[in-house]
Design a protein around this ligand. Sequence first.
Ligand SMILES: Nc1ncnc2c1ncn2[C@@H]1O[C@H](COP(=O)(O)OP(=O)(O)O)[C@@H](O)[C@H]1O
Ligand SMILES: [Mg+2]
Length: 263
Amino acid sequence: MSKTKVIAFANNKGGSGKTTTASNVGCAMAKLGKKVLLIDADMQMNLTLSLFDEERALGFAESGKNLYTAVKEERELSEFIVNTDYEGLDIVPSTPLMSSVEFDLFTKWQREFILKKILAPTVALGYYDFVLIDAPPTLGGWVMNVMCASDFVIIPVEASPWGLFGLANMFDFINQVKSIAPRLEVMGIAITKADERKNYFKQTVEALKDGDVARLFGTYIRVDSAIEWSQDNSRPVVAYKKYSRSAIEYTKLAKEIIEYADR
Ligand SMILES: Nc1ncnc2c1ncn2[C@@H]1O[C@H](COP(=O)(O)OP(=O)(O)O)[C@@H](O)[C@H]1O
Ligand SMILES: [Mg+2]
């Protein structure tokens, strides 16, 4: 495996914490001295908005410096990398135009592997330790591209009454992807928005802790209002309020991920 590890954050359920986890794990890894590239693969561009205010984020949409242009024109992703305000943390921004990416992929040769192909020179260069891809809440040709470009998948699961709903579809989908990208490995499930006082938190942990579904990360991310404030300020919580409990938990999770990927 190359030095650069590519990790997708995916779950077809919206609001499960994919974007919050990708931005904070990425920023925490950069603070730990790793070189990290984020890829915002969702048309809602929440990952881009976690790091830039709306004006700057929409500027990438207008200037063509975004993932959609790269995929549509099948150009090397390295041309579309933007520095963030954080040392060691770069991003390929998204744009609302990503909504038509499925359509654009349709006519392409080997269309499941377009993202893998345009990312390959960056991976081969080995400058980045990690490439983290924030997937949209769907299971189609585009998420297939995201997974085919990845070494690992991390599944953020919200500790809520509906948090586990649809997880079986997710694993069926991953098995389908593995038939064309056999290297893909589920690194684990990360529980987010945990509230230890609530019964459904205990039920979620109970259902996942034996590892039958998939490996479970030891670190849970608890509900923390600092996350919403940080997003309101276009900053990851690990940078905005580094002593908040979610910042501490995300830093622990980042260390678990680094350790697993390096083993
Ligand atoms: N640990 C947390 N505590 C409180 N709110 C959270 C937490 N994690 C995520 N959120 C909020 O939940 C919502 C969904 O999270 P998000 O990361 O955007 O999920 P996804 O990308 O899977 O749709 C966002 O509004 C975010 O601010
Ligand atoms: Mg998201």
